[in-house]
Design a protein around this ligand. Structure first.
Ligand code: 1GP
Length: 230
């Protein structure tokens, strides 16, 4: 098992977006703890395998975040599986998982599986639309979700997913204080080292995605900022 509990920083690459070899080299050699491959739409097995093969030229940990059970390939270090706790549809909480186990169960190496209890908090995001997430959660709701994730479901990861928008560091701090064992991932809208540091002060690990495609130089600076955050 990889030491994901120690990670401070992840770059998330979308298999449905183009990335040049030059940019990919900078990302993989940035010092990030892992490159996570994952996206919401247009994710196919072919695109996943192609991107994994390109990341595998480098020594960085390469993990898959599964959004479609038919776009899964062997060869990743770990497989992160979201369960969207605030989805209004059971499919995204557990039904897709049941289907996947029925179809692929004997092929699964359970030691490589990491469950993520997700709360999707940007109502404008593709992920919120797809999963029909009740994204307008109060702080009380969020704190309860965090405790349900840890104390009831024993998820190893609780993921605050603001995808595409920058959240409130104070909220992240409060959620962190509600967790003792489950690690807290924060992702959404991080474009600058200052934003990275502000979130990494509270979250165990920050996830930087979109800004890799819009402002690579600043995105790369988030690694050092996250690792130096106190
Ligand atoms: C998306 O949490 C990640 O799943 C990162 O969000 O793309 O907004 O950086 P951004």
């Amino acid at each position: 098992m990889e030491h994901f509990r120690e990670w401070k920083h992840i770059f998330k690459l979308d298999p449905n977006k183009e990335i040049s070899d030059d940019a990919l080299e900078k990302i993989c050699e940035s010092g990030t703890d892992a490159v996570m491959i994952g996206g919401t739409d247009g994710v196919t097995e072919e695109k996943v395998v192609n991107l994994m093969a390109r990341v595998r030229r480098y020594s960085v940990s390469c993990v898959l975040e599964i959004s479609d059970m038919d776009a899964v390939a062997p060869g990743f270090d770990l497989y992160f599986i979201p369960s969207v706790l605030n989805s209004k549809r059971k499919k995204w909480l557990v039904d897709a998982h049941v289907e996947a186990v029925k179809k692929y169960g004997p092929l699964i190496n359970w030691d490589e599986i990491v469950m993520e209890g997700y709360c999707i908090l940007n109502p404008e995001s593709k992920a919120a639309a797809l999963t029909e997430a009740a994204a307008d959660l109060s702080l009380d709701d969020l704190l309860a979700y965090a405790q349900v994730a840890e104390k009831m479901f024993h998820f190893p990861v609780f993921y605050l997913e603001y995808s595409g928008t920058y959240g409130d560091p104070e909220t992240v701090a409060k959620v962190k204080s509600a967790l003792s064992d489950t690690v807290l991932f924060y992702g959404g809208g991080i474009r600058t080292p200052e934003q990275a540091e502000a979130m990494a002060r509270h979250a165990d690990c920050i996830v930087v995605g979109n800004s890799l495609y819009t402002d690579l130089e600043n995105a790369l600076k988030t690694v050092k900022a996250a690792k130096g955050a106190k």
